[in-house]
Ligand binder design. Structure first.
Ligand code: UD1
Length: 433
């Protein structure tokens, strides 16, 4: 049965919230974990749909997966007996492509269905394939599958034509077990690239320079057991930062790496919110309507595309005219029509959203078009006057663990109820009155 969120807006968020492990790190790390025949323990795993689908996919090909609790898993790749990942197993997640790099590195061959994922624009994987080919593999797309094969993987010098998180991680995975030295130039620098590299190094890989645009990998013969804890999720943290500012609240967001949040903090401060940084927490508060700004999404350390819908929602409520330029994905403004139904004034021209701030939103029945846009619409509902329902929350659940519970803990009125359950709606409304 499909669920939806029902929200009564208007309550400032107040209190403390703890951020979970980074979903995008975890996806790379789970794939990396099958590259050794020894047992790997991963901690601070986010309990979200994308992660659970990937764990099922590696179980399907024979890996042993023991979920010790929702945030800790043991993986053993020695029992893998198949190198083909079918579409049914992974159609819901894009990062299934990491299994290409992981299986190719370990077994020198892999067949993985072309990934799905959020529909935020065309998402080619040519740079991944270019990297595999540079390492000496064949890589072809046939009948919806990506098939790769190598007699031997040989280290190589690879220059990425576009800065790609996925291609950087995928090539890093395969190159770890290649013969000799690989250099990835124009590599992506996102914190989760550093996290996956640290994890691989903890398994005996030899990777240097992750977090810069030049990553150097000396291939090793094999990888070994490791115990590793995933870094905090910067996008979950950023989402709560924006939610705190949008609701004119005061929230201490714990278990974060403030450095990863700088691009978000700087923009919030620029428009008038208060941001205090601690060792592993940030406090965001505001008691007034915020101002306007210009934002352009860029690879890290620029403003993250995964925070674009959330910040645009905040700017839609701020004073004056803002512009948000999306330079990574071309189809990431689909939430704008939903926001318009709540009273926003946003015009999209090409990859630029021109936002005329309005004084407030009013509640409406809206639908989440994708993961981050879904989170943005929940923020809109938290601010709106009256009741909002957000449908298609399966997207939000791909990347946010206990989103509604964490928001309730901050004083929000939000509940997960079945779609079309009029009785549940009435009960919620009664509770809020
Ligand atoms: C990752 C993140 C996603 C985030 C995105 C950008 C994961 C699982 N997902 O996605 O949440 O929004 O980074 O920060 O970590 N491109 C090519 N050819 C390629 C690969 C990419 O042209 O072979 C282009 C894409 O179309 C896009 C840009 O490069 O315009 C960046 O994409 P990329 O960094 O690869 O995004 P993902 O790894 O898919």
């Amino acid at each position: 049965m499909e669920n939806q969120f029902i929200i009564k807006g208007g309550t400032p968020l107040n209190g403390e919230v703890v951020v979970g492990g980074a979903k995008n790190s975890a996806l790379g790390i789970i794939a990396a974990a099958i590259m050794t025949d020894e047992t790997v323990t991963i901690d601070n795993l986010p309990d979200v749909r994308d992660i659970n689908v990937l764990l099922e996919a590696i179980e399907d090909i024979g890996a042993t997966v023991i979920r010790e609790n929702e945030h800790r898993v043991k993986i053993n790749g020695s029992t893998i007996n198949d190198i083909t990942i079918a579409y049914d197993a992974i159609k819901k997640i894009r990062a299934s492509y990491y299994l290409l790099g992981a299986l190719l590195g370990k077994y020198k061959r892999a067949n993985v269905a072309l990934p799905g994922g959020c529909d935020i624009g065309s998402r080619p994987i040519d740079q991944h394939l270019k990297g595999f080919r540079a390492l000496g593999a064949t890589a072809n797309v046939e009948f919806g599958m990506v098939n790769t094969y190598a007699v031997d993987l040989i280290g190589s010098h690879i220059y990425l034509d576009v800065v790609s998180v996925g291609a950087t991680i995928n090539i890093m995975l395969a190159a770890c077990l290649a013969k000799g030295r690989t250099v990835i130039e124009n590599a992506a620098k996102e914190p989760h690239i550093v996290d996956v590299a640290n994890f691989l190094n903890s398994m005996g890989a030899n990777i240097k320079g992750a977090g810069t645009d030049k990553i150097r990998i000396n291939g090793v013969f094999k990888l070994h057991a490791s115990e590793y804890s995933i870094v905090p999720d910067m996008i979950e943290a950023g989402t709560f930062m924006v939610a705190a500012a949008a609701t004119k609240g005061d929230v201490l967001i714990k278990n974060v790496i403030p450095k990863h949040l700088e691009a978000i903090s700087v923009k919030l401060i620029e428009i008038g919110a208060k941001v205090e940084e601690y060792d592993d927490a940030v406090r965001v508060y505001s008691d007034k309507r915020l101002g306007h700004t210009q934002i352009k999404t860029l690879p890290y350390p620029g403003f993250p595309t995964d925070m674009q819908p959330q910040i645009a929602t905040l700017l839609a409520l701020s004073e004056g005219t803002s512009t948000v330029t999306e330079s990574i994905f071309e189809n990431r403004f689909k939430y704008v029509d939903e926001l318009a139904r709540m009273g926003s004034t946003i015009k999209v021209e090409g990859n630029v959203a021109i936002i005329e701030g309005v004084a407030g939103f009013t509640g409406a029945a809206i639908t989440a078009p994708d993961l981050r846009a879904g989170a943005a619409l929940v923020i809109a509902g938290l601010v709106a006057n009256g009741f909002t329902t957000v449908d298609s929350i399966k997207y939000i659940e791909r990347g946010y663990e206990n989103f509604e519970k964490k928001l309730t803990g901050l004083g929000a009125s939000i509940e997960k109820i079945p779609v079309d359950d009029e009785e549940a709606v009435q009960k919620f409304k009664l509770k809020c009155s």
